[in-house]
Write a protein that binds this ligand. Structure first.
Ligand code: COA
Ligand code: ZN
Length: 318
């Protein structure tokens, strides 16, 4: 029998500070059908920073044809009034992306690959191994230039092409990213299939092999399990979680499905458990309002919806 874990990590003794990494302007908007005007994106990002978020992934410097929603990356960074102490990052797939990001004075990038070869081939037309080889010089150059580097591993818990994914696959990829000089790895449930049991199995397998204080968990709420998965992460000592304001986004592989875990829902739960995030939930809902007006659907965040139903003003735990 595996040793039983008890609740105290979540509600009691562990560190009570959690970092929320807001990925709405990038992961969220890249999965929305509508194209949001640059000025609205900038307003959205500025409102997110006003709410107290210290880490915001603002856009992608990718091939414009690959992600038409984010072709205005240069303009977003040019127009953004950056607040001191806030880390505004951008996704970069390759050296060209890094060069564009550096030219826009971006001080933190995110590189990405996946736990499964077929997903990498579909996403960036490379093998998994090829993508790691390709990323190594990008990471080295960024680090040499003093640019921070986060790495994403997608499809850690399930792949739209390969199905179930063993913990070992994602762990091995994360190890390679750390060995390259990536400072934080975000473990992605890209298609939102993970259950708490899967997360327990994954984190048990990763314990002792990956530095948990440099891991982030990135859940999509496609099947309603994202928050339950966060609780498992907290129990294992993970203190960094990715989310999108309003739950903006979706899943390109499951039309109509909800997207990333919503920042509001994450904050409501964390604050209720006594965690400090430094983020004002009501102000996040004001940021979500900015983007809600542009989208062709209701924002999926449950906390956001509840606030709208029960009052014209945002209410809830702040
Ligand atoms: N920004 C702008 N242009 C880029 C670019 C970038 N980051 N990377 C490559 N290009 C240009 C090249 O300069 C080249 O242009 P040219 O023909 O005028 O010389 C052209 O694109 C083709 O370059 P190539 O290296 O062959 O790239 P590719 O066509 O194989 O595309 C990626 C590979 C990775 C750049 C592209 O698939 C991509 O950006 N994917 C992003 C996918 C994504 O964001 N997914 C979501 C994240 S999980
Ligand atoms: Zn995602």
């Amino acid at each position: 029998m595996a040793p039983q874990r008890s609740i105290p990590q979540i509600t009691g003794s562990g560190p009570k500070r959690v970092t929320v990494v807001e990925v709405g302007p990038r992961d969220g908007l890249q999965n929305e059908r509508v194209r949001v005007p640059t000025a609205t994106k900038v307003q959205f990002i500025e409102a997110l920073a006003d709410a107290g978020l210290k880490r915001i992934e603002a856009t992608s410097f990718v091939l414009p044809e690959a992600v038409p929603q984010l072709t205005d990356a240069e303009a977003v960074f040019a127009q953004l009034h950056r607040q001191p102490g806030v880390r505004y990052s951008a996704l970069t797939p390759n050296m060209r992306g890094l060069e564009r990001a550096e030219a826009a004075n971006v001080r933190e990038i995110a590189v990405f690959t996946a736990a499964t070869d077929t997903f990498v081939r579909h996403n960036i037309r490379m093998t998994l191994e090829g993508s790691l080889e390709h990323l190594a010089p990008v990471v080295s150059r960024a680090r040499a230039d003093g640019v921070g580097v986060r790495g994403y591993v997608s499809t850690v818990f399930g792949c739209p092409y390969e199905g179930a994914v063993q913990p070992e696959q994602g762990i091995a990829v994360a190890e390679r990213l750390f060995a390259m000089g990536v400072q934080e790895v975000s473990i992605g449930d890209t298609i939102g299939v993970a259950t708490p049991g899967d997360v327990v199995r994954w984190l048990r397998a990763a314990e002792g092999r990956l530095p948990f204080d440099q891991l982030a968990l990135h859940f999509h709420d496609t099947r309603g399990t994202a928050l339950a998965n966060v609780l498992v992460g907290l129990e294992f000592g993970i203190r960094t979680f990715d989310s999108t304001a309003g739950g903006v986004g979706g899943c390109p592989f499951a039309p109509g499905a909800s997207g990333n875990l919503a920042t509001e829902d994450l904050l409501y739960t964390l604050h209720g458990l006594g965690y400090e995030t430094g983020v004002d939930l009501n102000k996040i809902m004001l940021a979500s309002n900015i983007i809600a007006n542009c989208l062709d659907h209701m924002l999926p965040s449950r906390v956001y919806q509840a606030a709208r139903v029960t009052s014209c003003l945002p209410i809830g735990r702040s």
